[in-house]
Ligand binder design. Sequence first.
Ligand code: GSH
Length: 242
Amino acid sequence: MAEVSIYLDPLSQPCRSVYLFAKVNKIPFKHEALQLFKGEHFTEEFRKVNPLTKVPALKDEDFNLSESTAILLYLARKFNTPDHWYPSDLKKRARVDEYLAWQHTNTRPHCSKVFWGKAMAKLLLGEQLCSEKLDPILLQANTTMTDLEKNFLQDKNFLAGDEISIADLVAIVEIMQAVASGQDLFKERPKLAAWKQRVVAAVGEELFNDAHKEILAVLEVKEHLPPQLVEKFKVKLALYTN
Ligand SMILES: N[C@@H](CCC(=O)N[C@@H](CS)C(=O)NCC(=O)O)C(=O)O
């Protein structure tokens, strides 16, 4: 049986959740490293794997799959990972599904906007967005953190129950994107910070740090981005943070 190929760039938060999940579960896979900052996701070769030109993407023989949450569930089912990641119990599974659905319009865009408004703006324009634009973005991200704590984490160890699940991986990587831009969303949130430590312990500190080392150094990126990419990114920044 041929190995599954997974296309990843660690600067991408959904790539990190897939990477963490595959590694912590010792899933054998061919790591296809793509660099978004070099525009490597626009090659003809990658378009054949994912015509949407986004990472992560998976290739399993003649089967191609995009979307991190679909990829996570595919890997969980194909490799029959321990039950706690995506519980077979109806209600426990529904809790994971509930978070995976919610995050698409909450944690994901709201933390990502912090990253674009701070880190990407610095890389593209030399400085973070003005406070008139950034303040509402930060307010939205903080409101989402409150919702996450109150409605999902509550008094449990992890977001969907007392054991770690796919929901925790999908959440932590998004929050870390804001942290990497210099916005520590865990600050003054001891409950959320304690949850983060439990997630780190569950996946292993070494693996967690390995997955996050590039994004945590993103502000030190000195290399020049290809000019066509800078133009694309500037359009996204303007649209995304308006
Ligand atoms: N909903 C998708 C999001 C994928 C996505 O937006 N990936 C970004 C990196 S975080 C990407 O590949 N961006 C490249 C581009 O838009 O040019 C998932 O969860 O996999």
